[in-house]
Ligand binder design. Structure first.
Ligand SMILES: Nc1nc2c(ncn2[C@@H]2O[C@H](COP(=O)(O)OP(=O)(O)OP(=O)(O)O)[C@@H](O)[C@H]2O)c(=O)[nH]1
Ligand SMILES: Nc1nc2c(ncn2[C@@H]2O[C@H](COP(=O)(O)OP(=O)(O)OP(=O)(O)O)[C@@H](O)[C@H]2O)c(=O)[nH]1
Length: 440
């Protein structure tokens, strides 16, 4: 099941980023820190009392002009309503209630989705005079916190996890292949969806952010059941380009969360952008399959080396996705479009593949003979044996003598040997280490 999404919204300067950073203190990283994986403070994976969730910071309203703040706050709140399972609405206890607080609270209240009211900057145990004012917002008791001092955060997290939905969103059968189409505004996501479906069910337009919201399109190719999760642009246009881009990252995150395989769509005329690396990093960290789809290939003037140059650039910019296949397509001319679904099916199977323990241990044994495990202060890493613990993504449990001796580069070596022997194309592979003494 997909992890719940929690969003923090509120006026500029109420302390959203400070809270976000405090909560990240409790953050767990599912994958070991890997070089090259872009970390962005837009989202964080959080664990609180055995609950796992994705925290997004919609923050960073540009407070330059007083006039645009209300409009931006509405946009931010709308995004939270559409994307988050629980919204934390933050107000500034010292500043007291403001008009824009009222307006946003009303939007959140009308959405009938779980909203918590966090009253920040309560730095001492004394109740601030403004406390009772905030009841006027009609979204329940203010939860008093001090993000800066780290007070009340545990209580807030307790409340957050209490409001998680029992069943998140539509639950599809496990054998339905869920495909998220992610990428910047205007790269051709809707066109690809259209092309895959072979019918005009989605409106394609030239203007960024004009198509409809993320929506599921189930279909069947005669053999398998699929659901396309499209993340086309915001329903209402944002006036601010940065917001369009940022919101599309947040939407992509919500879509990736639910997917098995992600089509990371890159615009051939622009190459890999920062936004692409952010969502790709999320897909990788969350153990999803990824296919890199370079669209609008028809617009590129080509010589013999063009494709290779592109591949090189992608492999450099998205180094941690070395396992992801790259397709060069045109949704417009349908060039290589049939390859897309074919590859989705293939990657989905690779992500669900299980290898026999005997074969796995042969590969590990051979690998350690060919390239000795690292040692430290005279103690050498020993891998006693391994087994595939789970699938989606493939996860291997390795029994070793000392976790401290397992280095990233040796793990990468073992991973590569496993890939050479078994494939696992398009999917990340994870390792879990268990220590045991050699005599067990
Ligand atoms: N006294 C006090 N100050 C705080 C607290 N939390 C944040 N601040 C201060 O409030 C200011 C704004 O904090 P931010 O976390 O940047 O606020 P924000 O809501 O993320 O602001 P934007 O990014 O502009 O949306 C900073 O100067 C913080 O140090 C708190 O609990 N108590
Ligand atoms: N030349 C060319 N144009 C394309 C191709 N794919 C899409 N386009 C055009 O690019 C524009 C944007 O396509 P969309 O499919 O709406 O892009 P999107 O990613 O869904 O955009 P948002 O809804 O803004 O997120 C449209 O004008 C398409 O006709 C392609 O392969 N080649």
């Amino acid at each position: 099941m997909a992890k719940p999404i929690v969003a923090i919204v509120g006026r500029p300067n109420v302390g959203k980023s400070t809270l976000f950073n405090k909560i990240i203190g409790h953050r767990i990283s599912i994958v070991e820190d890997q070089p090259g994986v872009t970390r962005d403070r837009i989202y964080a994976e959080v664990e609180w009392l055995d609950h796992y969730f994705t925290l997004i910071d919609t923050g960073g309203i540009d407070a330059d002009t007083e006039e645009i703040i209300p409009a931006q706050m509405r946009e931010q709140a709308q995004l939270a309503i559409e994307t988050a399972d629980v919204t934390v609405f933050m107000v500034d206890g010292r500043a007291g209630l403001t008009t824009s607080d009222r307006e946003v609270a009303e939007m959140l209240r009308k959405s009938h989705k779980p909203v918590l009211l966090a009253m920040n900057k309560v730095d001492t145990s004394n109740r601030l005079d403004s406390f009772y004012e905030f009841y006027e917002l009609g979204i329940g008791d203010p939860i008093e916190i001090s993000s800066a001092q780290g007070l009340g955060i545990g209580d807030l997290l307790d409340e957050i996890v209490k409001h998680f939905p029992e069943n998140k969103g539509v639950i599809y059968d496990d054998d339905v292949i869920k495909v998220a189409i992610i990428g910047k505004p205007n790269v051709g996501k809707s066109s690809i969806v259209n092309s895959i479906l072979g019918e005009n069910r989605v409106i394609v337009s030239d203007i960024a952010g004009t198509t409809r919201d993320a929506i599921d399109t189930p279909f069947n190719d005669g053999e398998d059941q699929y659901v396309l999760i499209d993340t086309a642009g915001l329903r209402r246009k944002s006036k601010i380009k940065e917001n369009i881009e940022k919101y599309s990252v947040i939407r992509s995150i919500a879509a990736v969360e639910r997917a098995d395989v992600c089509l990371l769509v890159i615009d051939a005329t622009e190459g890999v952008t920062e936004q692409d690396t952010k969502v790709a990093g999320f897909s990788h960290e969350n153990g999803k399959g990824t296919i890199i789809v370079v669209n609008k290939w028809d617009l590129i003037e080509k010589d013999n080396n063009t494709m290779n140059k592109f591949i090189k650039e992608i492999r450099t910019e998205l180094a941690y996705l070395s396992y992801a296949p790259i397709l060069f397509i045109s949704a417009l001319t349908r060039q290589r479009m049939p390859k897309v679904l074919e590859t989705v099916k293939f990657i989905s199977n690779q992500r669900a593949m299980r290898v026999p323990t005997g074969g796995l241990n042969e590969v590990i044994g051979e690998a350690t003979l060919l390239n000795q495990p690292p040692s430290d202060k005279g103690k050498r890493l020993k891998i006693f044996y391994g087994t595939q613990g789970s699938i989606k993504p493939p996860t291997f449990v390795l029994f070793i003598n000392d976790k401290k001796l397992m280095h990233f580069s040796y793990e990468r070596y073992i991973e590569n040997r496993i890939r050479e022997n078994f494939g696992f194309e398009g999917t990340p592979i994870r390792f879990i280490y268990r220590e045991k003494s050699g005599r067990d």
